[in-house]
Design a protein around this ligand. Structure first.
Ligand code: ATP
Length: 286
């Protein structure tokens, strides 16, 4: 089975700051690290590290070849990543000493997806495969419609939350994933969101999966976080890979929670995603 991920690819610039900046405040950072990020790239890497075959569909600018090479080194298939005439997406990530973060993103090439390239990438896909989407690229609804028509499971993380974007993909979704903030935004929106199964993640408070009026709960594993950036992406990529290899929902939730718990104990986003063997060893000790 294959996980197709139409997703953002960003250069992450991560600044260590004494606290998250207040409006109008100028703050001296105490450190800088640079790496591969973007919700799409993070989720692709998490799924590949968890053992899935992952085909990434995306776009970078002329200077973005390093990002494609990084994805390939993590085992992600990159044939459907285009080089286009826009800057590679990038993110400015401030991380406070308690691991909390605040993020500014330039979408750049991520908004230059192409319907033909998406159709090419999904041409060989079928029942049993998964399409993973986030709200950081163009063409989400077109991809979701194509995937549904071919019988794929469609998983969407509504991040950053946008009601119109969610509404456009909603009819095609098998699973919607939100963090607690996005869940509150959805509940505050007019009208009722009906349809897919929904997972809500809530940091150290764990995650719940709502299915047809029933709820599966998974507490977070107790760890000491150093950087929570990308925890949600690690959780989603790991969960999809676990479902892809036939784990049940409770098993997949447990696997994803363990992977994310490991991920928050180290700095970085894509670079911090744990491999399957490490997650299984963690679970064996838990
Ligand atoms: P991001 O910081 O990337 O935006 P998010 O807000 O999308 O993350 P969270 O809800 O913070 O996602 O975290 C996703 C999952 O990761 C949680 O449901 C939990 O399983 C795990 N997790 C996050 N933070 C912690 C933590 N401090 N300790 C243990 N597990 C955690």
């Amino acid at each position: 089975m294959t996980v197709y991920c139409l997703g953002s690819i960003n250069a992450d610039h991560v600044y260590a700051v004494p606290h998250l900046p207040a409006p109008g405040e100028t703050l001296a950072a105490t450190g800088l690290t640079r790496g591969l990020g973007g919700k799409g790239a993070n989720q692709s890497v998490a799924a590949a590290r968890a053992g899935a075959r992952v085909v990434h569909i995306g776009a970078v600018g002329a200077e973005g070849d390093w990002a494609v090479q990084r994805l390939a080194r993590f085992g992600v298939e990159t044939d459907h990543i285009a080089i286009c005439d826009a800057p590679t997406g990038h993110a400015i990530i401030n991380v406070a000493p308690d691991g909390e973060n605040a993020i500014v993103i330039l979408p750049g090439a991520n908004m230059r997806q192409d319907a033909g390239r998406i159709a090419d990438a999904l041409a060989g896909a079928g029942r049993g495969d998964t399409l993973l989407l986030q709200n950081e690229t163009s063409h989400q609804a077109e991809a979701a419609a194509l995937a549904t028509a071919s019988g794929l499971r469609v998983v969407y993380s509504a991040a950053p939350f946008d009601l119109a974007a969610l509404g456009a993909v909603l009819p095609h979704l098998s699973l919607l994933v939100l963090n607690a903030v996005e869940d509150a935004q959805m509940r505050a929106a007019p009208g009722r969101i009906d349809g897919p199964e929904i997972i809500v993640t809530d940091g150290p408070r764990g995650a719940i999966w709502r299915i047809d009026g029933q709820t599966l709960s998974m507490p977070a594993f107790p760890v000491t976080p150093v950087d929570t950036t990308g925890a949600g992406d690690c959780f989603i990529g790991s969960l999809v890979a676990a479902l892809d290899r036939g784990l049940t929902r409770p098993e997949a939730l447990r696997y994803a929670s363990a992977a994310a718990a490991i991920q928050v104990t180290r700095p970085g986003t894509a670079d911090a995603m744990p491999p399957r063997a490490e997650v299984e060893a963690f679970l064996a000790r838990a």
